[in-house]
Ligand binder design. Structure first.
Ligand SMILES: Nc1ncnc2c1ncn2[C@@H]1O[C@H](COP(=O)(O)OP(=O)(O)OP(=O)(O)O)[C@@H](O)[C@H]1O
Ligand SMILES: O=c1[nH]c(=O)c2[nH+]cn([C@@H]3O[C@H](COP(=O)(O)O)[C@@H](O)[C@H]3O)c2[nH]1
Ligand SMILES: NC(=O)CC[C@H](N)C(=O)O
Ligand SMILES: [Mg+2]
Length: 524
């Protein structure tokens, strides 16, 4: 399936389910649930050609929900050839409405929309609702509904407002549900998905993270064909896990490079070097602080910053690889710790490009390496699980994510040496106080942001004109959605006092109480 330029990814799983993404905020959750049920899953854009879908040899296809209405001009479609490919299809919400629409039924605006909990009355369980009893609590989020079924379809279940809340057609190959089995608010949703995977698609299951590790190391050994590889190692859990996996596969043929971008937190270089001692990995630190600062000079736009960082990263790696190649011989492969969220948020599928992760969206077209990204299709907590199975220290496995562009995307406006120093000081204080309060393990992330907002203050009876600093602390499972952390007021108070008293130029501190969505975790 992988062509010459596509990044090398882990061993081909024995069976897969493909999810077509119609833009639902729950789309990636479907992939997670399917994997948790023991079947490898991948998300493709909703309009992926049938040939691309079938290249995955899917046991089944799931159509996600989405914000569009199928009866509107330009509503997202799937390749209609899917209906005649002989592969079972489950449509969820929009996915079901599209199935009905494309197969001759009718979907219209519902008089009574359903957002939130509903009770599903089962009429005919079929295979999809087998063993789930006469009624179920389900989660709804729709304003359209099926009014008439396509020929050959039957109704499995209804709710008070949706006469066709679960349907079946195509001799049992086409299934649709108006509700969302992938969300936690549909308590038995997993069982419904399991019925589809095992009862309808005939999956055998067994995909686990343990299997991933066993398969990935020999697969990497084969893919790297006895060659050397350079690993871009940031000390974050993603690239550390990637480095250990590849090191297991090719040993000393792997060279690891940590780039001091000058965009790092206080003490980061030393912290990374310490965390890697004992992993048997030799780390080369490259001081590229001046280059990154020069590349970012005068740039304020977040995407432009990310692209500048991405381009500089790769150029530094290419130069480092050339030097290493003179010493050690050719190095055709570059290992990155790219994860699935990096790909999704960089517009890797139908999902809108939220922000270009430098290791995905910032790569120059003339890259002088073949990319090796063993974690490309894993979510963050799956990466942590692989790290644990590799025996990595918990401090590395649980390390809070720190974006490659680092502090450059934690300050609104241009990046300067002075502002970097100010932000480093603020970030250190936030991390110290969170650690002192014993809250680190409960948070996905906590950090400071220079908001770029000038603000008036009064300090020592003198007027000050400084910059407001935001404190951001979130809880999350996988970084794809997040909630702001309800930090104790005394912790916030201590942080604010220290920031204003200890950091030159800070005279106001605000706390970011925005979840994701609608915000993102990082400010840029
Ligand atoms: N300072 C760095 N030096 C070398 N490689 C880096 C550096 N920062 C990022 N990278 C490379 O870019 C990839 C994506 O960067 P990213 O910000 O995700 O760091 P990470 O290693 O994945 O850590 P995290 O777990 O915080 O995401 C990393 O996996 C790594 O391969
Ligand atoms: O590896 C990364 N490279 C990046 O460029 C990047 N940008 C954001 N993040 C991290 O991803 C998670 C989601 O962040 P956002 O909600 O801001 O997209 C959060 O944990 C962010 O810290 C990045 N990680
Ligand atoms: N969650 C969804 O997929 C919603 C489908 C469609 N936009 C509706 O409102 O009915
Ligand atoms: Mg990462």
């Amino acid at each position: 399936m992988s062509d010459a330029r596509s990044p090398l990814s882990p061993a081909e799983p024995a069976e897969r389910v493909v999810i077509l993404d119609f833009g639902s905020q729950y789309g990636h959750l479907i992939a997670r649930r399917v994997r948790e049920l023991g079947v490898y899953s991948e998300v493709l854009p909703h309009n992926a050609p049938l040939a691309q879908i079938l290249r995955h040899r899917p046991r089944g296809v799931i159509l996600s929900g989405g914000p569009a209405s199928v009866y509107e001009p330009g509503a997202p479609q799937c390749d209609p050839g899917l209906w005649h490919a002989g592969v079972p299809v489950l449509g969820i919400c929009y996915g079901m409405q599209l199935m009905v629409h494309q197969l001759g039924g009718r979907v219209a605006r519902a008089e009574e929309r359903e957002y939130g909990p509903a009770t599903l009355e089962v009429e005919e369980p079929g295979r999809l609702l087998a063993g789930l009893g006469p009624r179920l609590d389900v989660w709804m989020s729709h304003g359209d509904r099926v009014e008439t079924l396509p020929p050959g379809f039957t109704v499995l279940a209804r709710t008070a407002a949706s006469p066709f809340a679960a349907v079946e057609g195509g001799g049992g190959r086409w299934l649709g549900v108006q509700f969302h089995p992938e969300v936690g608010h549909t308590p038995r949703g997993r069982e419904i998905l399991a019925n589809f995977l095992y009862g309808v698609c005939g999956c055998r299951g067994g995909w686990t993270m343990a299997g991933f590790v066993e398969e990935a190391v020999p697969a990497l050994r084969r893919q790297l064909e006895g060659a050397r590889a350079l690993c871009a190692l940031s000390g974050g859990v993603d690239s550390t896990v990637a480095a250990v996996l590849v090191h297991r596969a090719i040993g000393p043929r792997l060279a690891c490079v940590f780039v001091d971008t000058g965009l790092l937190r206080a003490g980061e270089v030393e912290e990374v070097q310490e965390s890697l001692v004992g992993l048997g990995i030799e780390l080369r630190v490259v001081d590229a602080r001046d280059r990154f600062l020069a590349a970012l000079d005068g740039i304020a736009d977040p995407e432009a910053k990310r692209k500048a960082v991405g381009e500089t990263f790769i150029r530094v790696f290419e130069e480092e690889a050339r030097q290493l190649a003179e010493e050690l011989g050719p190095i055709p492969f570059l290992v990155q710790g790219t994860t699935y969220p990096d790909v999704i948020e960089s517009g890797g599928g139908a999902a809108a490009t939220i922000k270009s992760h430098h290791n995905v969206g910032g790569l120059p077209p003339d890259l002088a390496f073949r990319l090796v990204e063993p974690l490309r299709y894993l979510f963050k907590d799956e990466v942590r699980e692989v790290g644990r199975r590799l025996g990595l220290p918990e401090a590395v496995v649980q390390r809070q994510p720190f974006p490659g562009p680092g502090l450059a995307i934690r300050m609104a406006g241009p990046v300067t040496a002075e502002r970097l120093e100010r932000l480093r000081a603020c970030d250190r204080i936030v991390r110290e106080e969170i650690r002192r309060a014993g809250l680190e393990g409960r948070l996905w992330q906590a950090f400071a942001v220079l908001t770029g907002t000038p603000t008036v203050g009064v300090m020592g009876d003198r007027r000050t004109y400084g910059e407001a600093v935001a404190v951001r602390a979130v809880t999350s499972g996988d970084g794809m959605t997040a909630d702001w952390a309800r930090l104790p007021h005394e912790v916030l108070d201590r942080i604010a006092r220290r920031l204003a008293n200890e950091v030159e130029g800070v005279n106001r501190v605000v706390y970011d109480i925005t979840s994701k969505p609608p915000a993102t975790i990082e400010w840029e």
